[in-house]
Design a protein around this ligand. Sequence first.
Ligand code: ADA
Ligand code: CA
Ligand code: CA
Ligand code: CA
Length: 203
Amino acid sequence: ITPDVIAAVGVGAMANVTITQTIIVKAGETYDGKGNTIIAQGLGDGSQAENQKPIFRLENGATLKNVKIGAPGCDGVHVYGNATLDNVEWIDVGEDAMTLKSKGTVTLNNCIAKNAYDKVLQINADGTININNFRVTTFGKVLRTNGSGQYNVTVTINGGTFSGGTNIVRTESKNLKVRYRNMTTSGVTKLWEVPSASQVSTY
Ligand code: ADA
Ligand code: CA
Ligand code: CA
Ligand code: CA
């Protein structure tokens, strides 16, 4: 079924929504995209150039749900503090898909990310990252901590499929721990690029 057909029968038509500024989801609020696809204009070209603008800025305690982010993916979703992302699909990840900008707990449920040239989840602060049933195709790293930063990070991966990439986690931090279960991978060069294998466990 295509959006045209849905529109014709008059139920919950999905649409493209063009934006020219970052959508800010304020502290504690929810943005429900209702299945629509966001198309950004003027926020970046979705290349590997740094300093593109995000499509969404989530403030502490915000929820983002039921939305697709179309090309150009620009700098994706920036999170300041705690946030929940439910049923978010990045159709063509730009410079990266989601960045943790300040300390917090981020939970991703049932999200999809496609066509990431390099990083999907960029972690630039201490945090707890819960990744439930994430489906990622074509990527460099699903999760990368920033440079040589020794961030205190706990990553939990529950379910999900990851196909065609270099690493699930790449970090230089000795203070990152990753736990995982029920995860399916194919065509991933080296799952865990971490300082010590002892940082990785199943649960
Ligand atoms: C690169 C860059 C960092 C930061 C990061 C990001 O790693 O070196 O300074 O911009 O990307 O958040 O995209
Ligand atoms: Ca970057
Ligand atoms: Ca891309
Ligand atoms: Ca970025």
